[in-house]
Design a protein around this ligand. Structure first.
Ligand code: SF4
Ligand code: SF4
Length: 483
């Protein structure tokens, strides 16, 4: 057994949760600078719902000084993993890695009841792990929506009989596009004009079946700008949703598979147009850093990953560019601005479009509440943050909000469920508490626009809505249960 000497002091035991290093907690100097940028602290005002408080909890957990009680789980689960705190931290605390380790530990210790475990297995293991099954499920959902069955089921109230959070999931189902739009991109899209290079495009899992048009547009713009685009047919999910949801083991497998598939393409860069996937793939180096067989490959792969805006903004866009006479504002998705530190490039691209006028959005880099599956697991907080975002959007007077993440678009495009509790596995009743009121309501109300209209476009409806929450001064409590 090794003994400490004055020349060789014993190194402290590395702090780990679920096998993941959380040594970064020791970098926190408790300065509190991050508190003013944390959306959950802004809404709740409690130290344990701030980055500093959560870092303290994670450190205490890793040191074995506290147990994963209901209360600890709740404070950690309410974190959006938006990483705004990471951006402003002067000490460089790697907060994103810490909270992902904590969430993986929560899943290990508190997997929940049978329904919840089965639902997680269906989502993380079956749908995200098998692109063919995901495509079949998308076709089934498209039939459910387009045939009128969804309308009938909702009208009948049958949805409310579903267990756990399934009613919330049903309410937030995105509108599935027709089959033509869900078809895969060609494996190779040649460059237009003088060739500038070869890039590989991540078509994504959910992105490819819900936002196929966005993928097509991305490939078209890359090709028009002189890049040959290769779209590997065998690619699958990058593992971002699994990692954010605490499903660490599958996230590792998905990362390795993604590296293998894209390495074979011999491309100059791997292009990603979904922010959560891009931020996660850029972190493969850290994710697989402890695995000698993969560490170097993962690091090299991560260095080749680029967000599409980051990549295209390196040089002026090839013309001719058509005029789009419109006033727009830009919402920074968390995993673009905080996860990848990309702030100026999307605005620089927009500024190149003739006719576009960009106006500033207050708190443009604050989370809108989408945050992966957060809007399903923590619907009330997600809605509070969406209201806050809508108010800021309204104040700009913009005709459209441009953003770069499908999750943000979906979060505002669907009906908001907020009845009852946030999770089927919650084992106790939430204690009613007085909460600070939300200043204005935003979702459906007296808006005459269809429910499916994106919230970006519904902004004008909100102005005419009375601020009922503010007038009553009392809010339903945030359901303090784990996702
Ligand atoms: S800003 Fe960084 S060092 Fe300061 S309290 Fe927050 S996490 Fe800790
Ligand atoms: S990740 Fe976001 S919600 Fe979580 S502590 Fe940091 S700023 Fe707050």
């Amino acid at each position: 057994m090794a003994h400490a000497t004055s020349e060789h002091p014993a190194s402290p035991t590395p702090l780990r949760l679920h096998g993941l290093s959380v040594d970064g907690v020791n970098q926190c100097v408790h300065c509190g600078l991050c508190l003013a940028y944390c959306p959950t602290f802004a809404e709740l005002g409690t130290e344990m719902d701030s980055p500093r408080g959560r870092i303290f909890l994670i450190k205490s957990l890793a040191e074995g000084r506290i147990a994963l009680t209901d209360s600890v789980t709740e404070h950690l689960s309410l974190c959006l993993d938006c990483r705004a705190c990471e951006t402003v931290c002067p000490a460089g605390v790697p907060y994103g890695r810490l909270i992902e380790a904590a969430k993986a530990e929560i899943e290990r210790q508190r997997p929940g009841g049978l329904v919840r475990r089965a639902f997680r297995w269906l989502n993380f293991g079956v749908l995200l792990g098998h692109p063919g099954v995901l495509k079949a499920a998308a076709a089934g959902l498209r039939f459910y929506q387009a045939s009128g069955l969804q309308r009938a089921v909702r009208k009948s109230g049958l949805v409310r009989l579903l267990p756990g959070t399934l009613p919330a999931w049903e309410a937030l189902l995105p509108p599935l596009p027709a089959s033509a739009e869900r078809q895969p991109l060609p494996a190779l899209i040649p460059a237009d004009g003088a060739r500038r290079g070869r890039v590989a495009l991540l078509s994504g899992c959910v992105q490819s079946v819900v936002f196929g048009a966005h993928n097509r547009a991305t490939a078209r713009v890359l090709a028009r700008n002189g890049f040959e685009v290769v779209v590997p047919e065998e690619q699958g999910c990058c593992g971002a949703l699994n990692a954010h949801g605490g499903d660490h083991a599958r996230a590792l497998d998905m990362a390795k598979r993604t590296i293998e598939v894209f390495e074979r393409q011999r491309a100059d860069a791997v292009i990603v147009n979904t922010s959560g996937c891009g931020a996660h793939m850029k972190a493969y180096g850290a994710l697989l850093g402890d695995d000698p067989a993969w560490a170097e490959r993962a690091r090299r792969f991560s260095a080749s990953v680029q967000d599409v805006a980051e990549f295209l903004a390196r040089e002026p866009l090839r013309g001719p560019l058509h005029s789009v006479p419109m006033t727009v504002t830009y919402h920074d998705p968390c995993h673009v601005v905080h996860g990848q530190k990309i702030r100026t490039q999307p605005r620089a691209l927009l500024a190149q479009i003739p006719g576009v006028k960009i106006v500033d959005l207050k708190e443009s880099d604050w989370c809108c509440g989408s945050a992966g599956i957060y809007n399903l697991t923590q619907p009330e907080m997600a809605t509070r943050l969406l209201h806050r975002k809508v108010q800021n959007v309204l104040a700009t007077g913009a005709e459209a909000v441009v953003t770069a993440n499908p999750g943000c678009i979906l979060h505002g495009s669907t009906r908001r469920p907020h009845r009852g509790r946030s999770d089927a596995s919650c084992s106790r009743s939430p204690t009613p508490r007085r909460r600070r009121p939300i200043r204005a309501a935003a979702s459906s109300g007296n808006c005459s626009m269809p429910e499916a209209t994106p919230w970006w476009a519904r902004a004008s409806c909100v102005t005419s809505r009375p601020t009922s929450s503010a007038s009553s001064g009392t809010r339903a409590p945030i359901p303090r249960c784990r996702p």
